[in-house]
Design a protein around this ligand. Structure first.
Ligand code: AGP
Length: 611
């Protein structure tokens, strides 16, 4: 889950690739580097840490006017984050440079063979074997692309790879298997990138390279073939959004901007997909006619991280509204546990990025078992979107902050629409369906109201920012929201926090409670209110610092809570779209008050493209 970029054209390449790389930094920020050809020389610059460190060692752009360059920002898998392991990696003669996103599984074997053949390795990375393999094949192949083609037949693993050679300075070679790689088409210039974000200011015309495709990219054109040399007709897509979607605007962080975008993104997720008159929903992209959809007997919702929490909420909503058994599964477990997928089962994989390796693996596993697999994703053209049998885009717009926020509420909105659609085919009446639809339409303005509490929530955050641990509690449909709240705090503030079903406390975790333990509990008005109220009295009795999310007008919780955050009421099954907002803001403000890098938390990356 690194970010790679390449440029070849008529302009000065170095500033273009460095600017582009900055837009990929959310993919990994352990080290960065670039290589360019200038005055017949291959120049390489690498630094540990963020791209700003790299910029400090770069020559003035006017002193370095080469028209071909590659660059990389790293999320370390093999070899610690340092300058030697940073990309680009070079061959023994320093004439070929490569940048790579992915994992080479058989690198040890290849490395030993290449050392026997006299190659010298300088890094601990898996990637370095590729450039030495290419160097080796250039002894027998006539062109760089053919040497790359032969080298990749020896490699096992995943890669998005860009290769540059001093001997053939008029081309870049891009090759892909498993990791995303995109070609950007310009006027007498071309771009290569892991994500369109990086090149959108230059072009909106892109090609999503498929697995086992190799592209020879030149300033005035490109040619795509498969690794076994069959010609490929390029499919050009036009990106339908612009740079403002990936700018912070007046917000201090992308995460805060994305939290505040949710009234609009939730509406984007249900716009054109609700039918108020029939009290139902429509998800055209599923590609399954209703008479077939109503035969579905079981649903598997498979995902990772925050998307898994959306899946768990989907289980609660769909089972309650549509009365169909739903299994929410961690993709990394599902793909290797030989899951039982009976006939009439619909498998959904949920992924913001559409590139998460474990979720992609689960998709391929379910398809190998003959299941129909649909995707719920945010990235058009992503691997999961292309490999699924259909699905739904959540239309949340680009999500740059590593901690997922707006994508989560958009995923939950799609889960709600799916539940209403399937519900209306089973036991949900028109009237109840209409009630859900009209309440869903009110959610954006209710979220707006909660966002207005940001300053108040920041004051609460100040009271817990120095804590070492925290517990999040919820019951029923708010239990997965508690898990999501805990994940948000964990991943951006580094405070150890766990989400629990409130009633589970008595069976162990309550032992953790003392006067230093903040307990953040979702206790909104719903059928389980009295149950969670008594659970909270139990933790209050152990001196817990109770912070509660309550429904406006609640007069009881303030009696046992250190702080109460009041939110508008809504139907129980729609509550997660509201109850998660204060938890996102709480985590954001704790991390910001601690002066941490909220958008790029340590050790994380936006899309996890390795297992
Ligand atoms: C969430 O804030 C994290 N970034 C992470 O848990 C994420 O949800 C997970 O990696 C899944 O990503 P996906 O939705 O892009 O597949």
């Amino acid at each position: 889950m690194c970010g790679i970029v390449g440029y070849i054209g008529h302009r000065n390449a170095l500033p273009i690739v460095v600017e582009a790389l900055k837009r990929l930094e959310y993919r990994g920020y352990d080290s960065s580097g670039c290589a360019l050809i200038h005055d017949g020389e291959l120049q390489v610059y690498k630094r540990a840490g963020k791209i700003i460190e790299l910029e400090r060692c770069l020559p003035e752009p006017n002193k370095c006017t080469g028209n071909i360059a590659i660059a990389h920002t790293r999320w370390a898998t093999h070899g610690e984050p340092n300058e030697v392991n940073a990309h680009p990696h070079l061959d023994c003669k320093g004439e070929i440079a490569i940048v790579h996103n992915g994992i080479i599984e058989n690198y040890k074997l290849l490395r030993d063979k290449l050392i026997e053949l006299g190659h010298t390795f300088v890094s601990e990375t898996d990637t370095e074997v590729i450039v030495h393999l290419i160097e080796q094949f250039l002894l027998s192949e006539t062109t760089l692309e053919d040497a790359v083609r032969s080298a990749m037949t020896k490699v096992e693993g995943t890669y998005g790879l860009v290769v540059m050679s001093l001997k053939e300075p008029d081309k870049l070679i891009a090759v892909r298997k498993g990791s995303p790689l995109i070609i950007g088409i310009g006027e007498n210039e071309h771009f290569i990138t892991s994500d369109v974000n990086a090149i959108i200011i230059h072009t909106k015309r892109v090609i999503y390279l498929q697995d086992d495709e190799l592209c020879v990219v030149k300033a005035d054109g490109f040619e795509i073939t498969t690794l076994d040399k069959r010609s490929v007709k390029p499919e050009i897509s036009v990106v339908d959004w612009d740079i403002s979607a990936i700018e912070k605007g007046d917000f201090k962080h992308f995460m805060l901007k994305e939290i505040f975008e949710q009234p609009l993104t939730i509406e984007n997720a249900f716009r054109g997909r609700i039918n108020q008159h029939l009290g139902t929903a429509r998800l055209g992209g599923l590609g399954i006619p209703n008479f077939e959809l109503r035969k579905i007997k079981q649903i598997h919702l498979v995902a990772c991280g925050t998307s898994f929490h959306a899946a768990l909420i989907g289980k609660y909503i769909i089972e309650d509204i549509a009365r169909i058994p739903v299994f929410a599964e961690y993709a990394s477990e599902y793909r290797y546990r030989n899951p039982i997928i009976p006939e009439d089962t619909l498998v959904f994989v949920i992924s913001q990025s559409g590139e998460t390796a474990d979720t992609l693996g689960a998709l391929r596993e379910a398809k190998a078992k003959g299941a129909r697999v649909l995707a719920i994703t945010n990235v058009v053209g992503s691997t999961i979107a292309r490999e699924s049998d259909g699905g739904t885009y959540i239309h949340a717009g680009s999500e740059i902050g590593v901690a997922s926020t707006k994508a989560f509420t958009s995923q939950v909105t799609i889960m709600t629409l799916l539940a209403i659609l399937l519900g209306r085919m089973n036991y949900l009446s028109t009237v109840k369906g209409m009630e859900y639809i009209s309440e869903l339409e009110k959610i954006p303005s209710k979220v707006e109201k909660i966002l207005a509490l940001n300053e108040y929530i920041r004051n609460i955050a100040a009271t817990i920012k120095d804590c070492k641990n925290a517990l999040y509690l919820g019951r029923g449909i708010n239990y997965p929201v508690a898990m999501e709240g805990a994940l948000k705090l964990k991943e951006i503030s580094y405070i150890h926090s766990e989400g629990y079903p409130a009633a589970e406390m008595k069976h162990g975790p309550i032992a953790l409670i003392d006067k230093n333990m903040p307990v953040i509990a979702i206790a909104t008005k719903d059928p389980l209110y009295d149950k969670i109220y008594s659970n909270l009295q139990e933790v209050r009795a152990r001196k817990a610092r109770l912070i509660t999310i309550a429904t406006e007008g609640d007069t009881e919780l303030s009696k046992i809570s250190e702080n109460v955050i009041y939110i508008p009421d809504t139907l129980t099954n729609l509550q997660p779209l509201l109850t998660v907002i204060p938890l996102q803001l709480l985590a954001y403000n704790v991390a910001d008050l601690k002066g941490l890098n909220v958008d790029q938390p340590r050790n994380l990356a936006k899309s996890v493209t390795v297992e």
